[in-house]
Ligand binder design. Sequence first.
Ligand SMILES: Nc1ncnc2c1ncn2[C@@H]1O[C@H](COP(=O)(O)OP(=O)(O)O)[C@@H](O)[C@H]1O
Ligand SMILES: O=P(O)(O)O[C@H]1O[C@H](CO)[C@@H](O[C@H]2O[C@H](CO)[C@@H](O)[C@H](O)[C@H]2O)[C@H](O)[C@H]1O
Length: 469
Amino acid sequence: MPEAMSHAVTRSVTTTGAGLLTSLDPLLREWLPRQRWFAGKGRPVTGFSPVAATELLPVADGKLGLYHLLVRAHQPSANLAGAPPHPGDCYQLLIGVREALPPRLAHALIGHAHEGPLAGRTVYEALYDPRPAEVILEALRTRARIGGLRFERREEIRPDLVPRVVTAEQSNSSVVYGDTFILKLLRRVVPGVNPDLELPLALAREGCSRVPAPAAWMTAELAEESYVLGVLQPFVQGASDGWELALRELAKGEDFSAEARALGRATAEVHTALARALPTVTLGHTQLESMVAGMIERLEEAAQLVPALGPYVPGLHSAFEALADLAAEGHTWTAQRIHGDLHLGQCLRSPSGEWWLIDFEGEPAKPLAERRMAQPVARDVAGMLRSFDYAAHSAGGPPAPEWAKACRAAYCTGYAEVNGTDPRTDPVLLRACETDKAVYEVVYEARHRPDWLPVPLSAVRRLAGPAPV
Ligand SMILES: Nc1ncnc2c1ncn2[C@@H]1O[C@H](COP(=O)(O)OP(=O)(O)O)[C@@H](O)[C@H]1O
Ligand SMILES: O=P(O)(O)O[C@H]1O[C@H](CO)[C@@H](O[C@H]2O[C@H](CO)[C@@H](O)[C@H](O)[C@H]2O)[C@H](O)[C@H]1O
């Protein structure tokens, strides 16, 4: 084992985070808001407070230093009427420290420290550097305990896997090790049970083969609170994600309904296994009322943030009211744990044609408790239906509504083949869920990709209108 790695897994020095932040604060203020995974877009960062700082490799002349940092970013509250003060999101950072950066790491530069313990040194995003990524894998492999960091594993991990960072647009950051495993390091972390680990573990116990089973994971145990920081899982080699595949087929003018049907089957397999693994509940009038109230609240908040939604609010409201009316008439629905943010980008197809579902984190902006609540499966179905519509509006050419319609129908057919119930037999619930998802997407795009805003807005126009879904 290289000397640097043996150090990482045998010795731990928890430095004062406050000291480190003296060096890092001015650099992170500039760098953090530019990261794709930064959740607080549009509001300035006014300062940081340390949650935990762990030295993984000591800073020494001529050598690479490495810190694991959990840091709270202070920002003014979002500009919403009545919004409570926000304590600031907690981010996970892996900070490399060198005297100078080699050119191959120039893109990973965070900045040059002028104050504090790192004064005179260069600070960078260490995940892009193979050595720090090896340190993390070695810690997982050896079930290390370093300061408050805990590394657990359920499978053997070979010691010689070569890391490479994934460069995709992501809400988190991932590293592939030797095409065997992929490690997702969560960026915005919250204390508590994280569904991105909880659900794949539950599915693995059920023997569900549509989801990669966690091989190892890392947590921080701090002041009686536990944070899931990362999950290592088998890498599906040569896979394409559903979004890339759908756009490719669209560009060729090809039908995608056979794949959409297979995706419907895969979704239903996962739902069936989740319903076996974890409790299901019946949603009666009271629970439905509170679900509808949540949908209406999100719509009103979205309309404050994105004024273009304004004219459609009454039409969108009617989708939610129709659901509340059914509940008032005594209808009930079954709820269970679901994926929570299902779209084509969360589906991987292996070269042999099998579909896998990934990323069970749920909608990243929602509180953990909400993401872990039992929900009607129609929420996931609605997410996928929206995704076919997204693809049909994003392929570069004119919108392809007929292509999306065929995919949406085939997906529901595939779902019914496994689950026994076709989601289209409950159109009021499906329309309410699709409307809620489109409203979420309007906010997501306004915050992260304003150029994409017309895509969910076109769905909003359709969903607000009198035409059935
Ligand atoms: N098990 C896996 N095998 C192959 N590629 C994967 C696997 N898990 C994730 N990926 C790739 O990494 C990307 C990001 O993963 P994801 O879990 O969706 O992260 P995020 O929450 O950051 O969006 C995926 O779009 C996919 O391309
Ligand atoms: O980063 P995540 O994958 O967890 O999810 C977030 O980002 C997604 C975009 O990358 C966003 O999905 C939206 O855009 C997709 C196309 O890029 C489309 O297929 C989805 O249907 C649409 O919702 C997702 O909503 C967001 O949570």
